[in-house]
Design a protein around this ligand. Structure first.
Ligand SMILES: Nc1ncnc2c1ncn2[C@@H]1O[C@H](COP(=O)(O)OP(=O)(O)OP(=O)(O)O)[C@@H](O)[C@H]1O
Length: 488
């Protein structure tokens, strides 16, 4: 049956982008015509037809939109639409697709899913982005020189070229139009924060605030006040009320890093925010309502934490509207050279030096090395190389971990990159007493031991914690406490 062009065109102009909208149930057609009719040259269909073959112009449409209603007809119809789309971008308008449906749409090549209800501005923003994906007016910019770097603002970039990373990028773009919570998984240093920022920049919230909170970096009560704020007098020292990150982030995206380490007492409060957007400040009585998208990340096995009852299962399902897993660097070796060059350019700019070329021997060693600390380790090594210019020293660092005999046999290196390390020596004032002297010396010794373990493990904090026989969380806390360089 061909029931094409149910609704007449409001305006036809060759300069307007042609968009074919296909809504099997005619539920949205009128609304779309009203909201977008003046901005685009719309062709509206209610049943599967031969789509643009029925259009008066021979020209392929600039975009296809498909209204997904989760009925059994949605999938075969979308398949037919995709079959005709070729290189034409396809947007799906959907109510509440589950993760499985989202994955199906992605594998089929859908560019973005826009969740209903949406307003004109939201929809137009997504349409514009996908009509002109590389334009300077879009929320993210493709680098002028290479199409492997995406600028995320504030001099931050998302670099990717491997098929695995391109697929992740595609998935992130598809879920960009929805507010679905995303769980980003991957080993330490694989780029979870970068991906979270990319997700934010690909979303309708891209112009709003993006804030990161590390859930492992502070004790429970501090984390609670950081996330939810407090009222005046809530605790000793709370001289005046302070909003938390959820309030500051209203309208934007909050990135909860190391979510697996979130104290149990706070998990219930977070679940509440995810359920209805409400929470109460510490010491407060009036519930606050916010509209914040949550992206969470973890590098621990969260399913195991659920089994061990240290992480709430219901919270996991709330957070995991969709999950994206970053591959470790050793599984995308084809990117190592590209990333090394990128980190070299950045380090050279940071330290006002000329870039240093990598020798063939170095390139080979870098490609073969296992990179337990992933991109963070690569970034640090590249910076060291730039400053020291000592190929031999770098090559000796790039030995397989198993062959490193002992911590103290590691080459001495000058720290220059992120972990610029200076152990803060606690000063002791005469007259402060033996207790204070012992405390300060103990602190120095502990900081030194932590530093050595971090160095020995190339700043892989998990491995360092294991060496030190303390929990990962305790190590993060101590790193922060002793101010042992910017590990993040
Ligand atoms: N795709 C990427 N493009 C450019 N830089 C990247 C990319 N991925 C990671 N980096 C850089 O590598 C470093 C580590 O990345 P990031 O902090 O995002 O990792 P992470 O997985 O969140 O680490 P952790 O688990 O320790 O929190 C950062 O300096 C970041 O800028």
């Amino acid at each position: 049956m061909s029931t094409s062009a149910l609704l007449p065109q409001t305006r036809r102009s060759p300069v307007l982008a042609q968009i074919v909208v296909f809504d099997p149930n005619v539920l949205l057609l009128e609304y779309i015509r009203e909201t977008l009719g003046d901005a685009y040259n719309l062709h509206l269909f209610s049943e599967k037809t031969s789509l643009w073959r029925e259009l008066t112009s021979d020209r392929k449409p600039d975009m296809l939109m498909f209204s997904w209603d989760s009925s059994h007809r949605s999938l075969p119809m979308l398949q037919q639409v995709m079959g005709q789309a070729g290189s034409v971008p396809v947007l799906v308008l959907a109510c509440t697709p589950d993760a499985h449906e989202m994955r199906l749409m992605m594998t089929m090549g859908v560019r973005a899913v826009v969740l209903k209800p949406f307003d004109q501005e939201d929809l137009q923003q997504v349409i514009e982005k996908h009509l002109r994906p590389a334009g300077p007016e879009t929320p993210y910019l493709m680098s002028q020189q290479k199409d492997v770097e995406i600028a995320l603002g504030d001099d931050r970039y998302f670099v990717r070229s491997s098929p695995a990373m391109r697929a992740l990028e595609q998935q992130a773009m598809v879920i960009g139009g929805s507010d679905i919570p995303v769980l980003v998984l991957g080993e330490s240093g694989t780029g979870k924060e970068v991906l979270a920022l990319f997700l934010h920049k690909s979303s309708l919230r891209s112009k709003q605030t993006f804030l990161k909170v590390n859930c492992a970096a502070m004790p429970a009560d501090l984390l609670e006040s950081e996330l939810f704020g407090y009222e005046q007098g809530a605790f000793t020292g709370a001289a005046k009320a302070k909003p938390g990150k959820f309030e500051i982030c209203n309208g934007g995206t909050i990135f909860l890093d190391e979510i697996g380490e979130m104290p149990a007492s706070l998990q219930a409060k977070l679940l509440h925010v995810l359920q209805d957007g409400t929470f109460t400040r510490l010491g407060g009585k009036t519930p606050q309502k916010v509209d914040v998208r949550v992206i969470a990340a973890t590098n621990i096995n969260i399913k195991q934490s659920i089994a061990e009852k240290s992480f709430r299962e219901d919270l996991y399902y709330r957070l995991n509207g969709f999950s994206l897993t970053l591959p470790p660097l050793r599984e995308r070796r084809e990117e190592i050279q590209l990333l090394s060059d990128y980190f070299m350019r950045r380090a050279a700019a940071k330290y006002s030096r000329a870039t240093l070329p990598f020798t063939e021997r170095m390139k080979q060693a870098m490609t073969e090395y296992s990179w337990p600390g992933n991109l963070r380790e690569l970034e640090n090594i590249v910076s060291r190389y730039l400053i020291l210019g000592d190929e031999a020293s770098i090559l000796s660092e790039l030995q397989p971990i198993a062959s490193v005999p002992h911590v103290h046999a590691l080459p001495q290196v000058v720290e220059v990159a992120a972990p610029v390390v200076e152990v803060p020596r606690t000063t002791h004032t005469p007259g402060e007493g033996l207790k204070s002297l012992v405390k300060s010396l103990k602190g120095d010794a502990e900081a030194m031991a932590i530093l050595e373990a971090l160095e020995a493990n190339r700043w892989n904090r998990k491995a360092a914690a294991k060496n030190l026989q303390i929990s990962y969380k305790a190590l993060l806390y101590k790193i922060k406490n002793y101010n042992l360089g910017a590990t993040k």
